[in-house]
Design a protein around this ligand. Structure first.
Ligand code: COA
Length: 244
């Protein structure tokens, strides 16, 4: 795979590490980052050697402070800037990954940053993390899934409060609302995330992927349909284990 400019991609011991790498501008998401992530996520999706994915941000100040507003200002209009972003469904690709994806979140986690984190399966935050959706204040709304993923994660009222008022959650509030799984000190962030990744690696990978599928696909189904899905996945896992 080519070298990337806005993202670092490394594969180590069955773990894919993706690092958003524009630290001077708080890792804001631009068109080039969109294209590079699209290429990387597509490769990970089909790579049976990758069993867990870790997503993090470079630098001290931010996981990602949102969309690159300088691109909004240079585009003929904000609508065209948005249109360009939709040409590649990075968010759909994130959500379709069969492997568990863990986000390591520090500093500013705003706009596209929180939306990317919401596409991950587990979110671990450091104490300095701040979470927000500033879009409505800019006259737009989130368009990388947050109007759907945020209320499903923190509940309708908290999601609306964040959108209507731009209220940023600190790490403790994020933990209380269920936005993040754990809060740790900054120096423990990556060790904690890597520890979780290693724990997942120690389990049967088909069982891990089936559990992810059952829960993530099941949330879009009725309870009865979800139970059917669980039954199908459980019996196919059982038959695989009987033959191995
Ligand atoms: N797009 C483009 N550049 C951005 C950016 C964005 N969304 N957010 C920050 N930057 C750049 C700044 O312009 C600055 O660059 P410079 O050093 O060349 O001037 C650099 O990142 C550092 O940001 P700065 O504002 O100096 O840091 P801060 O700690 O004082 O404030 C924020 C941090 C996140 C509160 C502030 O940068 C901010 O509000 N950014 C916009 C966030 C936003 O609205 N995102 C959603 C867009 S949909």
């Amino acid at each position: 795979m080519d070298a990337f400019e806005t993202v670092i991609f490394e594969k180590k011991d069955d773990i894919a590490h993706i690092t958003l790498n524009r630290p001077k501008v708080l890792n804001v998401y631009n068109i080039q980052m969109r294209d590079e992530l699209y290429q990387i996520l597509g490769a990970i999706k089909d790579d049976s050697e990758v069993r867990v994915v870790i997503l993090k941000g470079a630098g001290d100040k931010a996981f990602c402070a949102g969309a690159d507003l300088s691109e909004f200002l240079t585009a003929p209009s904000p609508t065209i800037a948005r249109q360009v972003r939709w040409e590649r469904d990075v968010w759909g690709l994130f959500l379709s990954l069969p492997q568990p994806v863990i986000a390591a979140l520090h500093g500013y986690v705003l706009g596209d940053g929180i939306e990317m984190a919401l596409c991950c399966d587990l979110r671990i935050a450091s104490q300095d993390a701040q979470f927000g959706t500033p879009e409505v204040g800019l006259g737009i709304i989130p368009a990388a899934g947050a109007t759907q993923t945020l209320p499903r994660t923190v509940g309708r009222s908290k999601a609306l409060e964040m959108l209507f008022t731009g209220h940023r959650l600190n790490a403790e509030e994020a933990y209380r609302t269920g936005l993040v799984n754990r809060v740790v000190s900054r120096d423990k962030l990556l060790p904690t995330v890597e520890g979780i990744a290693r724990k997942i690696l120690s389990y049967n990978q088909t069982a891990v992927k089936s559990a992810k599928q059952a829960i993530t696909r099941g949330l879009d189904l009725t309870l009865n349909e979800g139970l059917e899905l669980e039954k199908r996945l459980a019996s196919s896992l059982l038959s695989l284990r009987c033959f191995n």
